[in-house]
Design a protein around this ligand. Structure first.
Ligand code: 8YV
Length: 317
């Protein structure tokens, strides 16, 4: 008689994209941490057998969770950003962390361009004006700002930043960038974020989140961008000093902001709702069925490979 193969146990920290979760539930014995009434009792019971964890977005994984699962070997993240995972703690414990890079570059870059168009051309606001019946009663909508000929300064010219730059070129924009380390890129380099902002009409934030970029864009950078400058953020809310950004938007010290990410998602500051110069999206950068599917495939593949005793495909640490 053939021995039945036991499904490997994994912990899910949160709900994941449903088709991905369905695959996970089929291939692994999934334990839903997010449904546990008593987290520590739940983890204690699983500690002897759990070698992998699947996580998503803000749920991440902290050192306490890693300590509660001493047999943990792999944290497989759904998403490219791993700022909610304590990478140092993982490294110290020899835990592998994987993410889902590249497959989302196109969609996130599309979102970045949509935000750039919408904040500079004020399309959402002009549509609201039309829907309110003002075109007929008050006349034409106000004049806005062209993209063509303007300079986009990419803060964080990584894989997503490059995809954004390629698209912005097609709109007739010029590109500059700042990274911690200068790359062999075709675009002019600025030595710090304020210099980049000074030389740009649109500051495009595409850096990773986490401690290294926390509040990187604050008063100094926004002053350098100036009252005709726009900020677009598709990275993480933490990269921007949000109270300062709100203040600068309210007082017109920058022209506008296009934002897909915020400090406290999904409970974002209600001050954004009243600002006519802010275009805001609910973190939809990668949120298409195709891209989320590809992200899920990578998350699952890393788990499969690890349990087959093979090297994972997209390792962070
Ligand atoms: C996800 C993202 O929507 O990949 C990332 O890092 O920000 C997005 O693709 C995010 O994981 C959800 O919080």
């Amino acid at each position: 008689m053939r021995k039945t193969q036991m499904k490997p146990d994994i912990v899910l920290t949160t709900k994941i994209f449903p088709p991905t979760q369905a695959t996970l539930e089929q291939e692994f014995a999934c334990h839903r941490l997010y449904e546990a009434a008593d987290r520590s009792a739940f983890l204690k019971q699983l500690a002897p057998q759990v070698r992998a964890l699947a996580t998503f977005g803000a749920a991440g994984a902290d050192a306490k969770l890693m300590d509660a699962l001493p047999k943990l070997e792999l944290i497989s993240n759904f998403g490219v950003g791993v700022d909610a995972i304590d990478l140092e703690a993982a490294k110290k414990r020899g835990i592998i962390v994987t993410n889902t890079p590249d497959v989302l570059n196109g969609c996130v870059a599309d979102t970045a361009i949509a935000l750039t168009l919408n904040v500079m051309r004020k399309f959402p606001q002009s549509e609201a004006y039309l829907r309110a019946g003002y075109w007929a009663t008050r006349g034409d909508y106000e004049k806005t700002t062209s993209l063509g000929g303007k300079t986009m300064g990419v803060l964080g010219l990584g894989r997503i930043g490059e995809a954004i730059a390629g698209r912005a070129l097609a709109f007739g924009m010029k590109i500059r960038y700042h990274n911690r380390k200068k790359k062999g890129a075709a675009y002019p380099y600025d030595g710090d974020p304020a210099a980049l902002a000074r030389n740009s009409d649109v500051l495009m934030i595409a850096t990773p989140g986490g401690a290294g970029t926390k509040a990187l864009v604050g008063a100094k950078v926004l002053d350098a961008l100036g009252p005709k400058g726009f900020v677009v953020n598709i990275a993480r809310g933490s990269v921007v000093d949000e109270p300062v950004l709100l203040d600068y938007l309210r007082r017109g010290r920058i022209a506008g902001a296009g934002l897909d990410v915020f400090a406290n998602e999904p409970n974002i500051s209600s001050e954004f709702f009243a600002l006519d110069n802010a275009v805001i999206l609910p973190h939809v950068g990668s949120a298409t069925n195709e891209t989320r599917g590809a992200m899920g495939d990578l998350q699952v593949e890393n788990l499969r490979l690890h349990f087959a005793g093979k090297p994972v495909r997209t390792r962070v640490v």
